[in-house]
Write a protein that binds this ligand. Structure first.
Ligand code: SF4
Ligand code: FES
Length: 391
C-alpha cells in the first residue's frame, strides 16, 4: 500500500472525511478495467504513477486468476481491458493473459513503454487477439527522451515497436506525458506520432501523485508554457483533422475547474493491482482510510457493489460545500478524490484545482514553484531490490 509520508500535504493534520460512509448503491456499471499486471518496469520515469510501495513479483496474480477476473469483468458489462503495469511485457505469461482477456469477449489494449515487448512476443500477442496498443513516449528528441525515461536506447526501441505494430496492422495510440522539459515540443511529438502511423495521440500532463509529487517542482510547466501549449494543440487539431485524433487536456494546476477524474468514483471503471486489490482509481491507495477488497476474496460484482472503497465516494451524498450545491457536481463529481486528499488532507473536500475551493490559492502557489533540480528517478526494481530514488 502506498504511504503518504512523502506527500506534500498542505494541511496534514486534517483527516480524510468520508462524510456519510458513501451509502449510495451503484447506478452505473463499469465499462473499463485497468489490469495492472505487474509493477516491474525497466524505465525510471520521474513522474511514475505507480504507488510509492510497489507490489513484488511474488505477489502478482497468476494467469488463471486473471482469467477469472476477465470473465467476471465481462459478465459485469466491462467492454475494454487495458493491460498495463509497470511494463506488462516483463510478464512471461502476457500472451496467455491477453488470450484469456480476448476469449472473455473484452477489447484488449496493451499499454506499454515499448521496452520489453519483443518482435516475437508481439506476433504471438497479435495471434492471441490483441486489439490495440498504446506506447508512451517521453519526448520527440531521442537524448531528452532517454534521459527522462532514465534508459539509454528507449526511444529507438519505442519507434521500432511502433513500426512493427503498423506492419501488423494493429491500431496504435501514442501517449505523450508532458511537463516543463518537453511541453514546448508538443508539435514535434504529435508530428512524430503521425510519422509513426498512430491513429490517436494522447497529450497527458503529469499528474502529481505518487512519484511525480517528489519531482513536482522539476516537472511543473511555467505559466508561459501552458498557453503556448494550448495554442499549439489547437493548431495541430486543425492541421491533422481527419488524420489523427488528438486528445489533450489543460494541466490540472492551471485549470479553473477539475477534471471528472475516472469519470466519477465507482461509476465507469475499476482497477486491479498486480497483487489483486481492486481500486476505484489508479491512485486510490494514497487515501489511507479506504478499505480495498481483493479479487482473491470477492467477486468483481461484489466488490463493485459492496466494497467500502467503492462506496466511499460514489454518487453525490458524500459531498461537502462548495460541491454539494454546485451546478457542476454532476459534471466533474467534485474532481479528483486523491488530489483532494493529497493537497488538503481531506478526501471529501472539493478538488483544490477548482477555483471555488477554499484551498485553490495553494494550488496557484504550487504552480508557481519551479526549481531545476535533477529528477529523482524511480529506481528500476529489476536492477535493485529497493524503491529508493537514484537521482
Ligand atoms: Fe466541481 Fe465542486 Fe468545483 Fe463545483 S465546487 S466545480 S462540483 S469541484
Ligand atoms: Fe484517484 Fe483521481 S486519481 S480519484
Amino acid at each position: 500500500m502506498a504511504t503518504t509520508d512523502d506527500h506534500d500535504h498542505l494541511f496534514p493534520t486534517q483527516t480524510s472525511g468520508l462524510a456519510n460512509g458513501g451509502a449510495e448503491p451503484p447506478r452505473h456499471w463499469p465499462i473499463g478495467l485497468l489490469a495492472e499486471l505487474t509493477h516491474r518496469c525497466p524505465l525510471g520515469c520521474p513522474y511514475c504513477s505507480n504507488p510509492l510501495t510497489l507490489d513484488r513479483r511474488e505477489s502478482e496474480l497468476d494467469s488463471p486468476t486473471w482469467t477469472r477476473v476477465f470473465e467476471e469483468a465481462a459478465a459485469l458489462g466491462v467492454l475494454q481491458v487495458h493491460l498495463s503495469g509497470g511494463e506488462p511485457g516483463v510478464r512471461r505469461d502476457l500472451v496467455e493473459i491477453t488470450a484469456a482477456a480476448r476469449s472473455s469477449g473484452l477489447y484488449t489494449n496493451l499499454i506499454t513503454s515499448g521496452v520489453g515487448v519483443t518482435a516475437s512476443t508481439l506476433e504471438r500477442l497479435v495471434a492471441a487477439g490483441l486489439d490495440h496498443v498504446q506506447i508512451s513516449i517521453q519526448d520527440s528528441e531521442p537524448d531528452s527522451a532517454d534521459k527522462i525515461a532514465n534508459y539509454a536506447g528507449a526511444f529507438a526501441r519505442k519507434k521500432a515497436l511502433a513500426g512493427r505494430l503498423i506492419a501488423l496492422k494493429i491500431p496504435l495510440t501514442i501517449n505523450c506525458v508532458v511537463h516543463r522539459a518537453n511541453i514546448d515540443r508538443i508539435t514535434a511529438m504529435v508530428e512524430l506520432a503521425v510519422s509513426l502511423g498512430a491513429s490517436r495521440v494522447e497529450i497527458a500532463h503529469v499528474q502529481y501523485y505518487g512519484w511525480a509529487l517528489r519531482n513536482r517542482d522539476s516537472l511543473m510547466p511555467t505559466a508561459d508554457q501552458v498557453p503556448r501549449a494550448i495554442k499549439a494543440v489547437e493548431g495541430l487539431r486543425k492541421r491533422y483533422h481527419g488524420k489523427i485524433v488528438i486528445d489533450a487536456v489543460l494541466p490540472d494546476y492551471y485549470a479553473r475547474f477539475p477534471k471528472p477524474c475516472v469519470g466519477g468514483w465507482g461509476r465507469r471503471s475499476l482497477n486491479v493491482t498486480p497483487a489483486g486489490k481492486v481500486l476505484p482509481c489508479h491512485a486510490a491507495e494514497v487515501i489511507p482510510s479506504l478499505e480495498f477488497w481483493r479479487v482473491q476474496d470477492h467477486s468483481l460484482a461484489d466488490i463493485w457493489s459492496n466494497s467500502p472503497a467503492f462506496k466511499a465516494f460514489r454518487g453525490l451524498s458524500w459531498m461537502k460545500e462548495p460541491c454539494r450545491n454546485c451546478e457542476r457536481r454532476d459534471v466533474d463529481y467534485g474532481g479528483c478524490r486523491c488530489q483532494a486528499f493529497m493537497l488538503t488532507g481531506d478526501a471529501a473536500a472539493a478538488d483544490p484545482v477548482c477555483h471555488l475551493s477554499p484551498h485553490h490559492a495553494d494550488v496557484v502557489a504550487l504552480a508557481a514553484r519551479q526549481h531545476d533540480v535533477p529528477y529523482s528517478y524511480r529506481l528500476n526494481p529489476r536492477k535493485a531490490d529497493s524503491n529508493a530514488p537514484v537521482g
